[in-house]
Design a binder for this molecule. Structure first.
Ligand code: ATP
Ligand code: MG
Length: 423
């Protein structure tokens, strides 16, 4: 029988790497807290219909990337490919959208059946932020400033670029799409294969094509911005003014469209040139019709999702993650005759010194092998509690990193001794 391995594209995050994730999570949680956003935890599995209706049946995600299955009761379920649809479902289900503004964030695994490569996996983590109930453009600005603050907290602000666009209302987009199709149809043969397919199904995505020839053909195509309502154009200008007063550098990219159907008006991506083809580390925008599309009350919404693996890859590339010290502080050595006494005693010691890592040897090999392990643990001190020590209520302290004689002290004084000498 062969060894069982992880599913392709689904990664283990090992203890030796976890400090990188903690570094990211701590910085991000602090910033979200500073802005008053609250965490929401959502199921990983939802009814398939939620994503068909929420993300859009014609999107790449739903057409090609979802993990769908039926449970034992033949219910059609899907591993979430993104967090927004589930978040909206929860908001509606719990009646959280009536006459109130909700500002939430979530983090967790998402699943998409894609071709695995650097920065693209089948299970990956996103950190998402969503705001419900505010249509003012100042909200779009706040969400962008929040993402900018996150880059600052991580030290990434000089390594990322904001690309910004406005997709207009559903009507603006429909008018534009029809003009775009009129322009591209006579040129269909010159388009790349993907774009030819999209011409019939999702023409807006052609703007997103990576094909140079297609991009050249688009140079003379109608411009989306000429199709925007006046008040939307005004909002878009206002947003750029917010960015100026907030000192957030940006670039307008009139060909930026998003792969998910629910976006309208503001859309944006944060990109880096240091991760090759997987350079988008955060993407989002407004989605004012999704809540009502999912049978909730008419509710404007704006948000974004960050790709955590890509951000960690970027932090690694730039060497921005402080080295971790996962060392133990104290290593406890005992034997068969003393462990019943030493274990409860060490529990008490941990409570008195909660900032220290106190590791107890529980395999009880020879003292020699226990001292080897103590040395490897990185601890500064070894506490030896063997039969004599138990009988005398004492404890031997050995200094593992200093040239100092061992000391024997009463157990009752142990916590204060360590506190005074080492904390
Ligand atoms: P891409 O164009 O790279 O496929 P996307 O438009 O499908 O991205 P979104 O649905 O907007 O991505 O997801 C938001 C973010 O999540 C992306 O900007 C990216 O950082 C990250 N992300 C998306 N898909 C993956 C994946 N398969 N593996 C790792 N990260 C991903
Ligand atoms: Mg994708």
């Amino acid at each position: 029988m062969s060894k069982i391995q992880a599913v392709r594209g689904m990664n283990d995050i090992l203890p030796s790497d976890i400090y990188k994730w903690h570094f990211f999570e701590n910085a991000v949680k602090q910033t979200l807290h500073n802005y008053g956003y609250q965490e929401i935890r959502l199921p990983i599995v939802e009814k398939s219909e939620l994503f068909h209706r929420g993300v859009g049946a014609g999107t790449d995600i739903v057409e090609k990337e979802t993990y769908d299955f039926s449970d034992r009761n033949d219910e059609a379920l899907t591993l979430r490919p993104e967090g927004t649809a589930g978040c909206v479902r929860a908001m509606i289900e719990h009646g959280l959208l009536r006459n109130q503004i909700q500002k939430v964030w979530y983090t967790g695994a998402m699943f998409r059946y894609e071709r695995p490569q650097k920065g693209r996996y089948r299970q990956f983590y996103q950190l998402g932020v969503e705001v419900y109930g505010n249509s003012h453009i100042a909200q779009d600005a706040e969400v962008l400033s929040l993402s900018w603050q996150l880059w600052q907290a991580l030290g990434l602000d000089t390594h990322v670029t904001l690309e910004l666009n406005n997709l207009g209302s559903a009507q603006n987009r429909a008018d534009y799409v029809s003009a775009l199709v009129d322009y591209l149809t006579p040129l269909k043969d010159q388009l790349d294969e993907d774009s030819q397919r999209r011409l019939g199904k999702n023409p807006l995505r052609i703007l997103d094509s990576k094909n140079e020839n297609t991009q050249r053909l688009l140079d003379n195509a109608p411009n989306l911005h000429d199709f925007l309502d006046q008040d939307i154009q005004k909002d878009f200008e206002a947003l750029t003014e917010y960015l100026s007063v907030l000192n957030i550098p940006y670039k307008i990219n009139s060909r930026l469209v998003r792969g998910i159907d629910y976006y309208c008006n503001t859309v944006f991506e944060w990109v880096t040139d240091k991760l090759g083809a997987q350079g988008t580390i955060c993407a989002g925008g407004r989605y004012d019709s999704l809540v009502s599309d999912l049978q909730g009350p008419e509710t404007p919404a704006v948000g974004f999702a960050m790709g955590v693996e890509r951000i960690i890859l970027l932090l690694e590339t730039l060497e921005l993650i402080p080295e971790s010290t996962q060392n133990a502080d104290i290593y406890v050595i005992s034997d068969e005759s003393s462990i019943f006494k030493s274990m409860p005693m060490i529990e008490t010691l941990r409570k008195s010194l909660p900032h220290l890592t106190i590791e107890q040897n529980t395999s009880l090999g020879s003292f020699k092998s226990q001292f080897k392990k103590a040395d490897k643990s990185g601890a500064a001190l070894a506490l030896v509690i063997a039969e004599d020590e138990v009988n005398n209520n004492t404890c031997v302290i050995k200094f593992l990193r200093e040239d100092k004689e061992q000391v024997t002290i009463p157990q009752a004084e142990l916590a204060s001794y360590i506190q005074n000498h080492y904390a």
